[in-house]
Design a protein around this ligand. Structure first.
Ligand code: GAP
Length: 448
């Protein structure tokens, strides 16, 4: 097994063992490309989403948040171009031996499949375009049923509400609408754990501007930098992130220009983490045409109507979870023992502090530790109490789930009123301090 495969397997195994991510419907054999988040995974994912919401929406006065529905009529996707020739299609080939279907443009998927038939010559059918939109019907009788799709990108929920936001909030250009939510794609070859799934979550900003303001790609460059700073803030090393511009024949049908922020994955090298797309007036113009509703904006200064351009920032939540896990996974030696730990940035860690009594069988230690635990939990929420097993084991358990700090209550705490020890996950160093000092220190670290 190669080292990189090994790392991915270690992450998948840790995710299951410690309650981060499980295979979807596992007890029924699982569903390919579908995953469920466990108690710690959902906290990590929420922390990433919260960080997005804070930086892209709450802290800004030119961006609104919204939350659109997942089900949308087929017409939306005809308008957005996703059902058309250039839309959400991938090239599909079928193995003539076992009839399994694979994406023709993924050499690793082809090679993996050919390995299954080692010794036989695999012949493939000619590639055909396969539409990835997930279809269903709504309505109780055949007559009343209508074709709907589970959204293939969350974007369209924002564009179809452009007029509603204009009419209710009366914003002036430039302004943005941000959203987080599930998207669905019937991926031909879901693979690499959370990387390519069939149900996944996106976090996006659609930023509407006047076309004349885009001289020198002012806003496009602004949002490229903004998205980069945000992604870097998840705790990546600079050398593991890069920008890559899409070649003309690689761009989505709606994009005039597109750049990806890529992460240097151990399983397949540089892979897309985030996209910044110049969608110009594509979506609003098409929805105006297909719905018959005027989605233009009245420019008070010029006394004229215009269709705004859209600069989009679009990131995958699950990909961010996977990349953050890959980046954080560390093995080292501490106190002569090998240990595994997740070096999460404190703001992302599912548990911020764990509180221990030094010994479980000393009621005075347990009582004091319980009271400190309650005090810290009130302040920080994500705090755990643990009195199980020896202290070394408890530290390692917390290291493995990425808890940045452990607080231990010992005899000095009680007998000398000497405060507690605060242990740092990364260095293993312990410092003695008062509970108030712990609170101040953790608060300052979390605001970084
Ligand atoms: N609205 C633009 C859009 O959807 P995209 O590049 O197709 O653009 C944006 O997707 C982001 O969504 C990607 O950068 C990736 O992080 C995430 N994403 C796309 N397909 C995914 C999949 N099958 N599984 C997990 N994440 C996916």
């Amino acid at each position: 097994m190669s080292e990189t495969q090994d790392l991915m397997e270690k992450i998948v195994s840790l995710c299951k063992r410690r309650g981060f991510v499980f295979q979807g419907s596992e007890i029924y054999g699982g569903l390919s490309g579908i995953y469920d988040y466990g108690p710690l995974g959902v906290e990590l994912r929420n922390n990433i989403k919260q960080y997005f919401w804070q930086k892209f929406i709450t802290e800004r006065d030119d961006v609104y948040g919204m939350s659109a529905a997942i089900l949308m009529p087929r017409k939306v996707w005809d308008a957005s171009g996703h059902t058309g020739e250039a839309g959400l299609n991938d090239p599909l080939v079928e193995c003539k031996i076992c009839h399994e279907r694979v994406r023709a443009d993924q050499p690793e998927a082809i090679a993996e499949h050919e390995k299954k038939h080692e010794g036989k010559k695999v012949e493939w059918t000619e590639p055909v375009k396969f539409n990835l939109l997930v279809e269903t019907k709504l309505g109780s009788s055949e007559k009343s049923q209508i074709d709907v799709n589970l959204r293939g990108e969350i974007t369209q929920g924002v564009h179809v509400n452009f007029k509603n936001v204009l009419d209710s909030m009366h914003p002036e250009l430039p302004f943005g609408i941000g959203q987080i939510g599930k998207a669905f794609r019937n991926e031909i070859t879901p693979r690499d754990f959370l990387f390519r799934q069939r149900e996944f979550e996106q976090m996006e900003l659609q930023y509407y501007i006047k076309p004349e303001e885009e001289e020198g790609k002012k806003w496009f460059e602004y949002w490229k930098r903004f998205a980069w700073d945000w992604y870097f803030g998840l705790g990546f090393k600079k050398e593991n992130l890069r920008f890559r511009q899409h070649a003309e024949d690689e761009r989505a049908h709606y994009a005039k220009d597109a750049w990806d922020i890529e992460y240097n994955t151990p399983f397949a090298g540089w892979k897309e983490a985030w996209g910044i797309h110049h969608r110009a007036d594509w979506d609003l113009r098409r929805h105006s045409e297909y719905s018959g509703v005027d989605l233009s904006y009245y420019d008070e200064e010029k006394k004229d109507r215009l269709i705004p351009w859209d600069i989009e920032c679009s990131g995958g939540v699950d990909r961010a979870v996977l990349f953050v896990m890959l980046e954080a996974y560390t093995e080292d030696e501490l106190g002569g023992e090998t240990r595994t730990y997740l070096k999460f940035s404190p703001k992302l860690a599912p548990v911020k502090i764990a509180v221990f009594p030094l010994l479980k069988n000393k009621p005075e230690l347990v009582e004091k530790a319980q009271s400190i635990y309650k005090e810290l939990k009130k302040e920080f929420g994500a705090v755990e109490f643990d009195d199980n097993g020896n202290i070394g084991k408890r530290y390692r358990r917390q290291d493995e789930i990425g808890t940045p700090w452990c607080v231990t209550v010992d005899f000095e705490t009680i007998e000398k009123d000497a405060g507690v020890t605060l242990r740092d996950r990364d260095t293993g160093e312990q410092k003695r301090m008062s509970v108030q000092e712990v609170k101040d220190f953790v608060k300052s670290q979390l605001s970084n």
